[in-house]
Design a protein around this ligand. Structure first.
Ligand code: PA5
Length: 423
């Protein structure tokens, strides 16, 4: 489902051989669960041992809301409690899905203008809330939840709780306590799965199901990946091969630029940036993740990549299998001189852009390009891809002796902010 192509990098077979020992050691940390942060390896077996009853209960809840005509879901969460769902919905539905249902993400900022604009937008909508917070104490989502919960209570009175679904820890925390007291339908983020590794738990699945995404197929894709991506053989395991390649290239280049050619993957990059950045960037180490969506960014950062300082390597996520077809029409006047492309599929034209850019960046500018060739934009591929990044990120972290599952750096801003807020 994913092929790792290193033809446009300077990585040699000897380079790959050299890191095999390190891969083996890190593989053991993952599979024997004896490395740093091993208590958070719950995502590893999740695709085969997830709670099937909870999936049924998510489907029932969405069916119930459908029967009540709920058309807008406010997903309130931040970080790992937000990016996965957004990435998944865009990956499957594209960025301008024309279904009559919509997910709006809040709790990602403290901007009065943003929140007020959402309040205005949902005025005449039949909306519900999906509040997601593992800790239940993160300020940004908690602030939004208080605001929108009160609006919902004004709208539905004592029945407001029927329009709220909470995703949180299964046993403790502020949100858990509120949900219990108010009798919200509640779904669990398992204790042994950290926020950014949780997209295939109710954290991501609830919003996906709301948007009509086939979550059974997402889980099927992840289960296939679980079978294939924990094998200690970089020739057979693309996740380990990718981690090995990154590790080799990071010797001298400390920025990894994720590249895609379809806006449906802009948030996939955002999710990967969070997963990778929060996992690997610690102890003064790690590759800094950045991203571009082409062709737009070819006319922006493209200049820097081609011509600027040599600080980065690229990882292109590519698929030639778009979900729809579009041919460039012939024009009688040909006043735009584009008839030489008439009758060509746009996906073919996009592919030539991708190939041309890889050539320009690698051959002319010496910027290494790892290419992740993904099968298509299906739910199964999405599930597989999610697991692929979990494994490759965990592997990359262990290769530099970093705990992939904590985020001590994030806590520091929180404590300063709380001081300033007089808590
Ligand atoms: O990956 C992580 O653990 C973080 O990004 C969290 O998901 C984020 O900080 C939100 O935390 P919580 O779900 O506890 O509100």
């Amino acid at each position: 489902m994913i092929k790792v192509n290193l033809n446009n990098t300077k990585i040699s077979n000897d380079d790959l051989k050299d890191v095999k020992k390190l891969i083996t050691k890190s593989h053991e940390y993952i599979t024997k669960e004896n490395g740093k942060g091993s208590e958070w390896l719950g995502w590893k077996d999740w695709p085969t041992n997830f709670n099937k009853d909870e999936i049924k209960s998510i489907k029932n809840k969405i069916n119930d809301w459908d029967s009540k005509g709920v058309d807008t879901l406010l997903v309130i969460g931040i970080g790992g409690s937000y990016l996965g769902a957004k990435a998944a919905i865009d990956f499957i539905k594209g960025t301008h899905d024309n279904s009559d249902k919509e997910v709006i993400f809040v709790g990602t900022n403290l901007s009065a203008d943003y929140i007020n604009s959402v309040i205005k937008k949902i005025e005449n909508k039949n909306w519900a809330i999906n509040i997601i917070s593992k800790s239940g104490t993160t300020l940004e989502p908690a602030v939004s939840f208080r605001i929108f919960r009160q609006l919902l209570e004004e709208k539905h009175g004592s029945k407001a709780n029927r329009y709220i679904a909470a995703v949180t820890s299964g046993s403790t925390g502020t949100l858990y306590n509120i949900a219990k007291k108010e009798e919200y339908d509640t779904y669990v983020i398992p204790d042994n799965i950290g926020g950014r590794y949780s997209v295939t738990t109710p954290v991501g699945l609830f919003a996906m199901q709301f948007m009509g995404i086939n979550i059974d197929n997402v889980m099927k894709g992840s289960a296939k990946a679980q079978k294939e991506l924990l094998v200690n053989d970089i020739d057979k395991n693309p996740a380990y091969k990718y981690a090995a390649a990154k590790h080799i290239l990071s010797n001298g280049k400390n920025i990894e630029l994720y590249v895609n050619y379809d806006p449906r993957m802009t948030y996939l990059s955002e999710w990967i940036k969070q997963l990778h950045g929060e996992s690997q960037g610690k102890d003064g180490k790690g590759i800094f993740p950045a991203s571009v969506t082409n062709s737009a960014d070819l006319h922006s950062l493209g200049q820097f990549i081609q011509d600027g300082s040599k600080v980065l390597f690229e990882t292109v996520i590519w698929s030639s299998k778009e979900r729809t077809k579009l041919k460039l029409p012939k024009s009688k006047s040909n006043d735009d001189n584009l008839n030489f492309l008439a009758g060509k599929d746009l996906s073919w034209i996009n592919e030539q852009a991708f190939k041309g850019v890889v050539k320009a960046h690698y051959k002319d500018a010496g910027v290494d390009n790892i290419i992740l060739d993904i099968k298509d934009f299906s739910e199964e591929t999405l599930g597989y891809l999610i697991y692929f990044f979990f494994v490759s990120v965990a592997m990359s972290c262990y290769m530099i002796d970093v705990n992939p599952f904590d985020q001590p750096g994030v806590e520091i801003y929180k404590s300063y902010m709380k001081d300033l807020l007089n808590k």
